[in-house]
Design a binder for this molecule. Structure first.
Ligand code: PEP
Ligand code: MG
Length: 836
C-alpha cells in the first residue's frame, strides 16, 4: 500500500501555482508537479522527516527523500550561476533531517538583485509523474501543509530510526518564556540522549539540543507544545518524562524577572543634550547605590579576520580546537564561579558553544572555502537574526551573549591579543551596551555604569548587581555624547545620572556618598568581632554560601561560621552526579575556606524549584509539595549515601554539621540519623558530627518539641516556611508582594520552633532570607534565635545592628509582633522601635 507523504511548506510566503513560475522547466512540470512559494523569510526548513539525497554544490537546491518519494526544493531561478553566493547550507547530503529543521539560509538581498526570480519551488521528482494533491493556496507559514503526494512502499531503515514517540501537550510556565537560561537547561537535558529530540509547535519542529533552535521558537508563557523523541520507545519515553518534568518546573528558573512596569521598550530617543550645562540623564536602575567620578567612554571591537581560506581541513581543525578550548575554559569558570547568577550566565554561554547550529553553520562556510573565523561570524549572525525575529525582548537580550561569544571565538581564531581599553580607576563608565565578559574584566576599577542601551534583566546587568556597581541602563543615545572626563554623579537608586552637576549638587551628592561610605567602613572595621546585644546575648552571624569562594568571602567579612552550605552548587549545570571523591574535595575546600569555624552542610535539596538532571524525581502535578529534599532519598539512595559519606569524610569532621532539608515528620529524623550512623560506622568516623534539620515545613515547627528531642540543632528556612505557611509559591510573580516572611503567622511558627528547642537545649538558627532582613533581626532575636546565616556582604551590617539591640526589648517587641494582623504592621513596628 502506498503511503501518503504530507509535504509542509519549507518557507513563509505566498503560494504561487507552479504553472506561473517564469521558467518552463517548472511551469511545464518537466521535473514534476508541485508548488512555488514567494518567500517572506530567508530560511528553508525541512518540509518533512527524511534524508537529504542531494545538496547542490551551488547550495541553491536540495532533494529530500522519504518512503520512495523525492521532493526538490529549488531556491530562486538561475541561482545555480551564483555559485553559492548568498546561500548558507545548514545541512548536507546524507543527513537525516526532521520536519522544521533549518536546511538552508539564503540572502533575500542577493536573490532580489541577482536571481531571475526569488520563488522557492517545491517539486515532486519521484515517483515520476506523481501528482501533488491537496495543494495549499494563499499565504503559508513554514511548517504548514503545502501538498500531499502518494509515496512508495516500505520505509527506509533510516526512516524507521526516526519513528517518534510524542509527549502529551505541555504548557510553558516560565514567565518570560523559554529564554536563554531555561533553553540552556532544556538543551542540556536533550543532549543527554543519543537520538533526535524535538519541540513541536504548530507543525514547526526545532532541535531541542539547540539553544538557538529553542529560542527561535519564541515560546512564551502559556504556549502549548509537544516534545517528540526518536530512538527506542522505552528510552524515548524516559527522555520525554525528564523533559516534561523540566517544563513543569520551569527548568529551574527561580527568579525570572518580570518586565519592569514603567520600562520603555527601547532606548529613550531624547533630543541631543547640551553638555555645556548640567544635564540629567535618566534610565532604568540595574544596580542601586551611589557613585561619583569622571566619565569614561568604553568602546571595544571584535578582532578582524580574513574571509577566505585555502585549506578547509586546517580551518576545520582550528574551529574544533577553538571551540574545545573555549568550552573547557567556560566549564572551568563555571566550576570556580561563586555566584549562582554568574554560573547561570556562563552555563548559557556553554550551551551556545555546544549548540549544533553554531558548529554546523560554521562548518558549512568552511566547506565553501571560507575561514573558520568567517564561519563563526556567519553562524553568530544567523543566530542573532533568529533571536531578532522573535521580537521578544527577553530573547533579544541574549544577543549580547552571542556577541560576547563571537568576540571570544574571533579573538582566539585570529590568534591575536585584544588590548582591552585601559579603564581609569574610579570612573563612571559609559557605553552603548556591555557584554558579560567586559563586565567580568572590570576588576574593581569602575565606580558606576551608565549605558545608552542595555536592560536591567540582561546578563551584564545581573553581573553588575553581583559586583555591587551602581548602574543605570537604557538612558538613551545622549550617554555616548557625554564629554570625556566630565563629572558624573550616578544615583542607581533613582536611576539617574547628573552630568556636569553644579557646585551645590556636587557637594550634596558627595556628602550622601561619604555618609554611606563611612557607615560601611565602620561596620566593616568591627566585622571580625563577635556580636552581642547590649544586654550580652551572643548572636552568631554566619555565612549562607554556595561554594568555597563564597565561604572565603564570608570568613573575610567576619562570619562566625557557615550556617548553610547549599550543596546544590556542586551539581549545578551537570548532567551526571559528581563522584564521592569530587564531592569530598569540594566540601573540604569549603571547610578550609571557612577560617576554622563550624560549617553546616545541607544534604541535597533537589526538586520543587530546583530540578537536577541526574536526580530521579518523577514529573509531578505540584512539585513544590511533592518529592523534594530528603523525600527524594528512596529513589536516589545510592546518591544520598555518597553525599553523606563525602560530608563525613572532611577533616576535622567535628567542624562539620549535617543538615536535612524539608523535614516534615519526626520519624524522618530518626531514619536519617540511622543512615548517617551507618555510614559513619562504615567509614570509622568517630568525631561528633551534629545532625540538624531545616525547619521549613509548618509541621516541623508545630511539632518542634518532638523534633528537638531528635535533632541536634534547628535552622529555620524562612523562604520555604513562608511559602508553605501562606500558601504562596515563592516564585509567584503576582502574589510575591503578599509573600512577606514578617507575616505574624511565620513569626508564630518561629516562636514555637524556639520554644520546643529551648526545652531540649538545642540552638535555633535562621538561614532563609529573613536572617538578612534588618527589619526582621530584632524579632528573631526576641523569639530566641541565636544564629543568623546571611549573604557574605551582609555580615558586617547585621553584626552592627545586633550590637545596638537590647534582647529584652526585642523579646517584648516580638511578643507584640506575633499578635499583629499583617506583615506591614510588623514592619511599621520594626521602624518605630528599632529604626530599621
Ligand atoms: C529556605 O527555604 O529558607 C532555605 C534556606 O532553603 P532554600 O532557599 O535553599 O530552599
Ligand atoms: Mg528551603
Amino acid at each position: 500500500m502506498p503511503n501518503t507523504l504530507k509535504v509542509f511548506s519549507p518557507v513563509d510566503g505566498a503560494v504561487v501555482p507552479l504553472e506561473q513560475v517564469p521558467d518552463p522547466v517548472f511551469s511545464e512540470h518537466m521535473l514534476g508537479d508541485g508548488i512555488a512559494v514567494d518567500p517572506a523569510n530567508d530560511t528553508v526548513f525541512a518540509p518533512f522527516d527524511g534524508k537529504i539525497i542531494n545538496f547542490n554544490k551551488a547550495s541553491h537546491a536540495l532533494v529530500l527523500g522519504r518512503d520512495g518519494a523525492e521532493v526538490l526544493i529549488h531556491v530562486g531561478l538561475e541561482t545555480v550561476s551564483l555559485k553559492g553566493e548568498g546561500f548558507t547550507p545548514l545541512a548536507k547530503a546524507g543527513d537525516s533531517v526532521t520536519l522544521g529543521q533549518p536546511l538552508l539560509k539564503f540572502s533575500q538581498e542577493v536573490l532580489a538583485q541577482k536571481a531571475a526570480s526569488p520563488f522557492v519551488m517545491v517539486v515532486v521528482t519521484a515517483p515520476a509523474d506523481a501528482p501533488a494533491l491537496q495543494k495549499a493556496d494563499g499565504l503559508v507559514k513554514a511548517g504548514q501543509p503545502l501538498f500531499e503526494v502518494a509515496a512508495g512502499g516500505a520505509s527506509a531503515a533510516a526512516d524507521a530510526q526516526e519513528t517518534f514517540t510524542e509527549s502529551a501537550p505541555i504548557t510553558v510556565i516560565n514567565p518570560n518564556g523559554l529564554h536563554a537560561r531555561p533553553a540552556a537547561v532544556l538543551a542540556q537535558l536533550a543532549m543527554a540522549y543519543p537520538f533526535t529530540v524535538q519541540l513541536v509547535k504548530d507543525g514547526h519542529a526545532a532541535d531541542a539540543k539547540s539553544i538557538v533552535g529553542i529560542m527561535g521558537m519564541a515560546l512564551c508563557a502559556g504556549d502549548t507544545i509537544t516534545v517528540r523523541a526518536a530512538g527506542p520507545a522505552d528510552q524515548a519515553k524516559a527522555a520525554l518524562a525528564k523533559i516534561e518534568a523540566g517544563f513543569k518546573e520551569g527548568f529551574g528558573e527561580k527568579d525570572a524577572v518580570s518586565a519592569p512596569s514603567a520600562a520603555p521598550e527601547t532606548a529613550a530617543e531624547d533630543a541631543p543634550a547640551d553638555f555645556s550645562k548640567p544635564v540629567r540623564l535618566s534610565g532604568l536602575s540595574a544596580c542601586g547605590g551611589l557613585a561619583q567620578g569622571k566619565s569614561f567612554l568604553f568602546q571595544t571591537e571584535d578582532a578582524a579576520f580574513e574571509e577566505n581560506a585555502s585549506d578547509p581541513q586546517a580551518e576545520r581543525r582550528l574551529l574544533d580546537e577553538t571551540l574545545r578550548a573555549l568550552t573547557a575554559e567556560t566549564e572551568a569558570k563555571i566550576a570556580a564561579e561563586k555566584s549562582d547568577a554568574a554560573k547561570d550566565i556562563l552555563s548559557a554561554h556553554l550551551g551556545i558553544l555546544k549548540d549544533p547550529v553554531l558548529l554546523n553553520t560554521a562548518q558549512e562556510a568552511i566547506s565553501r572555502g571560507k575561514s573558520a573565523a568567517y564561519g563563526v561570524n556567519e553562524a553568530v549572525r544567523y543566530s542573532i537574526d533568529v533571536l531578532k525575529k522573535t521580537n521578544n525582548r527577553f530573547l533579544m537580550e541574549r544577543i549580547a551573549d552571542l556577541k560576547d561569544l563571537r568576540r571570544a571565538l574571533l579573538l582566539r581564531l585570529s590568534g591575536g591579543q585584544q588590548a582591552a581599553p585601559e579603564i581609569p580607576a574610579g570612573c563612571i563608565l559609559l557605553a552603548d551596551e556591555l557584554l558579560p565578559s567586559e563586565v567580568s574584566a572590570f576588576d574593581g576599577r569602575v565606580a558606576g555604569v551608565l549605558l545608552a542601551q542595555g536592560s536591567p534583566t540582561a546578563h551584564a546587568s545581573i553581573m553588575l548587581r553581583n559586583m555591587g556597581i551602581p548602574s543605570v541602563v537604557r538612558a538613551g543615545q545622549n550617554v555616548l555624547s557625554v564629554p570625556a572626563g566630565a563629572a558624573v554623579c550616578l544615583d542607581g537608586d533613582a536611576a539617574a545620572a547628573f552630568v556636569n552637576p553644579d557646585e551645590q549638587q556636587c557637594q550634596a551628592f558627595a556628602a550622601r556618598l561619604e555618609q554611606s561610605r563611612q557607615e560601611r567602613a565602620k561596620q566593616q572595621a568591627a566585622a571580625q568581632d563577635a556580636a552581642a546585644t547590649q544586654d550580652g546575648v551572643r548572636i552568631w552571624v554566619e555565612g549562607n554560601v554556595s561554594n568555597e569562594k563564597e565561604a572565603a568571602l564570608a570568613a573575610q567579612n567576619g562570619a562566625d561560621g557557615l550556617g548553610l552550605v547549599r550543596t546544590e552548587f556542586l551539581f549545578h549545570g551537570r548532567a551526571q552526579a559528581p563522584s564521592e571523591a569530587e564531592q569530598q574535595a569540594a566540601y573540604q575546600a569549603v571547610l578550609d575556606a571557612a577560617g576554622g569555624t563550624t560549617v553546616t552542610f545541607r544534604t541535597l535539596d533537589a526538586g520543587g524549584d530546583k530540578p537536577l538532571p541526574f536526580v530521579d524525581i518523577p514529573a509531578e502535578e505540584n512539585p513544590i509539595v511533592g518529592i523534594r529534599g530528603v523525600r527524594a532519598f528512596k529513589r536516589n539512595e545510592a546518591f544520598f549515601r555518597t553525599q553523606i559519606r563525602a560530608m563525613l569524610s572532611v577533616t576535622p569532621a567535628d567542624r562539620a554539621r549535617i543538615m536535612l532539608p524539608m523535614i516534615a515528620f519526626a520519624d524522618e529524623v530518626d531514619f536519617f540519623k540511622k543512615i548517617i550512623a551507618e555510614e559513619k560506622a562504615a567509614l570509622g568516623v568517630t568525631a561528633d558530627v551534629k545532625v540538624g534539620i531545616m525547619v521549613e515545613v509548618p509541621s516541623a515547627a508545630l511539632t518542634s518539641e518532638q523534633m528537638a528531642r531528635r535533632a541536634d540543632f534547628f535552622s529555620v528556612g524562612t523562604n520555604d516556611l513562608t511559602q508553605y505557611t501562606l500558601a504562596i509559591d515563592r516564585g509567584h510573580k503576582e502574589l510575591s508582594a503578599l509573600s512577606d516572611h514578617l507575616h505574624p503567622a511565620v513569626l508564630k511558627l518561629i516562636e514555637m520552633t524556639c520554644a520546643g528547642a529551648k526545652k531540649h537545649h538545642k540552638p535555633v538558627a535562621v538561614c532563609g532570607a529573613m536572617a538578612g532582613d534588618l527589619a526582621a533581626v530584632p524579632f528573631l532575636i526576641g523569639l530566641g534565635v541565636t544564629e543568623l546565616a546571611v549573604g557574605a556582604g551582609a555580615v558586617a551590617e547585621v553584626k552592627a545592628l545586633v550590637r545596638r539591640l537590647d534582647a529584652q526589648k526585642c523579646a517584648a517587641a516580638a511578643q507584640a509582633a506575633v499578635g499583629l494582623a499583617s506583615a506591614q504592621e510588623v514592619r511599621a513596628l520594626a521602624r518605630k522601635e528599632f529604626d530599621v
